[in-house]
Design a protein around this ligand. Structure first.
Ligand SMILES: NC(=O)c1ccc[n+]([C@@H]2O[C@H](COP(=O)([O-])OP(=O)(O)OC[C@H]3O[C@@H](n4cnc5c(N)ncnc54)[C@H](OP(=O)(O)O)[C@@H]3O)[C@@H](O)[C@H]2O)c1
Length: 235
């Protein structure tokens, strides 16, 4: 898709990767960038239009879709990571919260905005996933499950939206330097670099972004013997 003159809505655009994507879109000449956030007052990005959107709240999703009928690019970026194994004390509660935000959230927004994308000629949806869509580690097991579900959603949407000419882009990344990884001392990709790769993939009509070395390595190792997902690194 052509970024210049597109009308984008980015979820979770008040900080982290979402803010970086919204900023990159403005710099690339998007006609309009709706910066969606649970608290629109927390959006601090000159040129962007703050919109209230909690992706877990059906009424909020409906209201945002009504308020932004001209969207041609939906970026499903909002996400949470609660750091739970499957056998942790709060595992079921955390799994539900993560599924609500990371799977049911993009499901609801994609359903709500798909008609607007069709009216605009097809447009595009970007789903921010993770390297943990492909492997499961003890410290982020419930999060990984939600991102695996969101990967399936992304692939399913691509098929269902093909007839209306909507490009659907999956973004896989390992550690990024945002609040989500605060206190984790590992090499991290800059969100600005990931945002630039997303825009390049949109422009090139691609389906997938492997935004860092870890994502590329894990993707390559899925079909290795043994598959990387059978014995993932501890984390
Ligand atoms: N950081 C990493 O290492 C990493 C790696 C792989 C994938 N990711 C994915 O990248 C995406 C962006 O994360 P980030 O690293 O930028 O994390 P972040 O700095 O923690 O930002 C998360 C964003 O999601 C928003 N959000 C959370 N729940 C929401 C809800 N119910 N409705 C609307 N917005 C909501 C937050 O809004 P509030 O300010 O209101 O909380 C915030 O804007 C997520 O999907 C995450 O899973 C991150």
């Amino acid at each position: 898709m052509n970024i210049e003159n597109c009308v984008a809505l980015v979820t979770g655009a008040n900080r982290g990767l979402g803010r970086a994507i919204a900023e990159a879109l403005l710099q690339a000449g998007a006609a309009k960038v709706y910066a969606a956030a649970r608290d629109p007052a927390s959006v601090n990005l000159p040129g962007a239009i703050p919109v209230q959107l909690d992706v877990t709240d059906a009424a909020s999703v409906r209201a945002a879709a009504g308020q932004c009928p001209d969207v041609t690019l939906l970026v499903n970026n909002a996400g949470i990571a609660l750091g739970s194994g499957f056998l942790g004390e709060q595992a079921e509660d955390r799994a539900r919260q993560e599924m609500d935000t990371n799977f049911f959230g993009p499901l609801a927004t994609s359903r709500a905005f798909a008609p607007a994308l069709a009216v605009g000629g097809g447009g595009a949806i970007v789903n921010v996933l993770s390297v943990l869509s492909w492997l499961n580690v003890p410290g982020q097991a419930t999060y990984g499950a939600s991102k695996a579900a969101a990967w399936a959603l992304t692939n399913g949407l691509r098929g269902e939206l093909e007839s209306q000419n909507t490009q659907v882009v999956a973004v896989h990344v390992g550690y990024m330097d945002t609040d989500m990884t605060d206190g984790i001392d590992v090499p991290k990709t800059r969100p600005e670099d990931v945002a630039a790769q997303i825009l390049a993939a949109l422009e090139a009509g691609e389906d997938e972004v492997l935004a860092d070395a870890l994502s590329r390595q894990v993707k390559d190792s899925l079909s290795a013997q043994p598959g990387v997902y059978l014995r993932p690194p501890a984390g």
